[in-house]
Structures are given as C-alpha cells and as structure tokens.
Design a protein around this ligand. Structure first.
Ligand code: FES
Ligand SMILES: [Fe+2]
Length: 360
C-alpha cells in the first residue's frame, strides 16, 4: 500500500488563527529613523516580540530581540558604543549581528565557549523617514513581502504622530479602508464642514499587494484641500500589511498623508500618521496642523477601542454593501498572502477593477 503524501491544495482551509493574527512575514513601521540617531537605541513592541533597534558607527541599522540570552534582561537598558551592546545585568556583550562577543565574568581558566550564543536578528530597512522591521522568524524569503512605502518627492516638511490603540491589528487596519466611518467619526468642521451624506462613486484598481482609489478634481470642500489651491488629484492606496498612502497633487505642489498600522501585541496596535508636503510655506502651519492631526487620530482611537470591547464579547462582524467591500478586500488580500506563503508560490492579487458606490 502506498502512503499518501500530505495533501496541500488551495482548497485546504487555513488555520483560522492565522487569519485573525497579523501577517507574520511583512514589513512593519517601527518608528522614525531619527529615534536611533547618535548611537541611541530604541525598544519597540512588534507582533508580540520586543525588538531593540539602533544604528552602528558604520551607519548600518540593526534590529535584535530585546532579550539577553543569559537571564532575559532587556539589552536596550544597557549601553551601546556604536559597535557592541552591553547587557546591564552581567556585562555580556553582543555585536550588532547578534553574536556574543564577550562574557567578562569568565575566568581565564574557564574554557566555557560563548561563541555559539547569539541574539535573534530581524531584517530592518529605512524608508520615508521611518524604520521598517520584519518580525518573521522563518527562512528569510523577503521576495514575497510587500515593499516598504517610499516618498516620490522631496518634502519641505513633515509632521508625524503616533498613537497607541487598544484594538486588534485587523480592526485598526480596517479603519484605513473604511469610507463609512468618516462622516460619523471625523465630523469635525475643519475636515468635514458639510453634515450631509453624499453619494460617492469611486473607481478602484488592484495594485501589487493592495488596491488604489483614484479621483481627479475632487469635489470635497475640505479646507485642507482648498489650501493647496485648485482642484487637486487624490490617490489613495492601501497595501498589505496595514499601509494607507494618500497622495495629493495640485500642479507641482505635493502632499502625502501616510498612515501605518503596526501590531504591538494582542489588541495593541500603533497607528502612525505622517504628513509630508513639498511647499515650504506650509511649514508655518505645523503648530496648527499638529493638534488637528492628533484630534483626527484620537477620534479613530476612541471608536476603535469601544468597538474592540464589543468584538471581545462576540468576535463577529457583518460586512454589508459596497462601502464595506474594501474591508472584504483586505481579508481577501491577507488570505492570499497566507495561502501563497503556505504553498510556496508568488502572491497573486485576487482583486479586479471595480466601481463602488456609497454615501459619506
Ligand atoms: S542577563 Fe544579560 S548578562 Fe546576564
Ligand atoms: Fe478614521
């Protein structure tokens, strides 16, 4: 009798837990690149890990598990001399490659070998002024992972805000693609002067690892757009794992509003918002824009935390109508990423171009 090989096909159900968790093999925003300038270390919570980030004397970035293999001490609490990290508990030293370089408490007569001891390393890159870390622990096949967001113009200024949300990564990420909440959650005079719901018709196209909504000569009456003058072109892209890229063009003037969701741990997600502009005159508005941006993000934070409490009691959602289709697309993209990784094949975007109608 021949023994049947384990059957793996696209029909095999995914582990339902995998669909509820953030994609394990993806780049996540781990804070501003400026946070590791001048030999500073930064410790960040990332998908249940604690990771210490820094930049060596040679300019190379590193990301290591923030845990000394000896007794578990946080390496970020120790010292970094631009070359090695020293654990503050018993002085073990580690290179930025994670390898143990020295155990100073060993006697010369002690032949104990520390050369095989190492701290887990993670891939790290810099783009658009941010650090991006992939917390994946499996084989380093980064080819299948969506690229990190970049900026396609030279910014004259930038405003960054980070806000921790006590909600799951999925629920928080859905708010990045959910047109239905805007009229109710963000109904502030400066963002949405009109209180009426209006019919919207938008065209969506698939892009690698996501989808994009383009609109020319936007009809919005938002003062933000009016500041730019003329009728701007707006393009809003969503891509895995939890990245929203809004690009606004008015003649040669450019504004980019980027939002990133980063899973910190179960029901803890960092929302990072970065606003970049090409017009130096807009730098004057920074003191006004900062509290407005905080107000906007806090509106999301509050509503997401209350919704999470409801999902904790009963974890089901009803996704209804065309306004909820982008949310369904998020789950389809995520499922495809998980199935492609499981089957060892390239990611194929399952979405097709589509026109959506909703009221907001
Ligand atoms: S815990 Fe790090 S050296 Fe002992
Ligand atoms: Fe929102």
């Amino acid at each position: 009798m021949s023994s049947a090989a384990p059957r793996v096909s696209a029909d095999d159900a995914l582990d339902p837990r995998a669909m509820r968790e953030p994609l394990p093999n993806a780049w996540y925003c781990a804070g501003q690149a400026a946070a590791v300038a001048g030999g500073k270390m930064r410790s960040v919570a990332l998908n249940g890990e604690q990771v210490v980030l820094g930049r060596g004397k040679d300019g190379a970035l590193f990301a290591l598990r923030d845990r000394c293999p000896h007794r578990g001490m946080a390496l970020s609490k120790g010292k970094f001399d631009g070359d090695t990290l020293m654990c503050p508990f018993h002085g073990w030293r580690f290179g930025t490659d994670g390898r143990c370089r020295d155990v100073p408490t060993l006697s010369e007569h002690d032949a104990s070998d520390f050369s095989r001891i190492a701290v887990q390393r993670f891939p790290i890159v810099e783009s658009a002024g941010f650090l991006w870390v992939n917390p994946h622990l499996g084989p380093a096949d980064l080819g299948a992972v969506p690229a990190v967001p970049a900026l396609d113009f030279e910014p004259a200024g930038c405003l960054v805000l980070e806000l921790e949300v006590e909600a799951s990564f999925d629920l928080t990420t859905l708010s990045l693609v959910d047109p239905g909440h805007v009229a109710f959650v963000h109904d502030t005079w400066w963002f949405r002067p009109s209180k009426e719901l209006r019919e919207k018709v938008k065209t969506f196209q698939p892009v690698p690892h996501g989808f994009v909504m383009t609109s020319h000569a936007t009809t919005t009456s938002s003062p933000i757009y009016r500041l730019l003058g003329g009728a701007p072109e707006v393009e809003i892209e969503f891509r895995l794992p939890g990245v929203r890229l809004e690009r606004i063009k008015a003649g040669t003037k450019r504004v980019a509003n980027y939002t990133f969701a980063t899973p910190m741990g179960p029901n803890r997600t960092m929302l990072t918002n970065a606003l970049y502009w090409s017009l130096p005159a807009l730098n004057l508005l920074k003191p006004i824009a900062r509290p407005l941006m905080r107000q906007f993000l806090t509106q999301d934070q509050q509503v997401l935390q209350h919704a999470q409490a409801g999902l904790d009691r009963k974890p089901t959602m009803v996704l209804l109508g065309q306004g909820d289709l982008p949310s369904q697309w998020y789950f389809r993209l995520k499922r495809e990423a998980l199935e492609a990784a499981r089957d060892g094949r390239p990611f194929t975007n399952p979405l097709a171009p589509q026109e959506l109608r909703w009221r907001s």
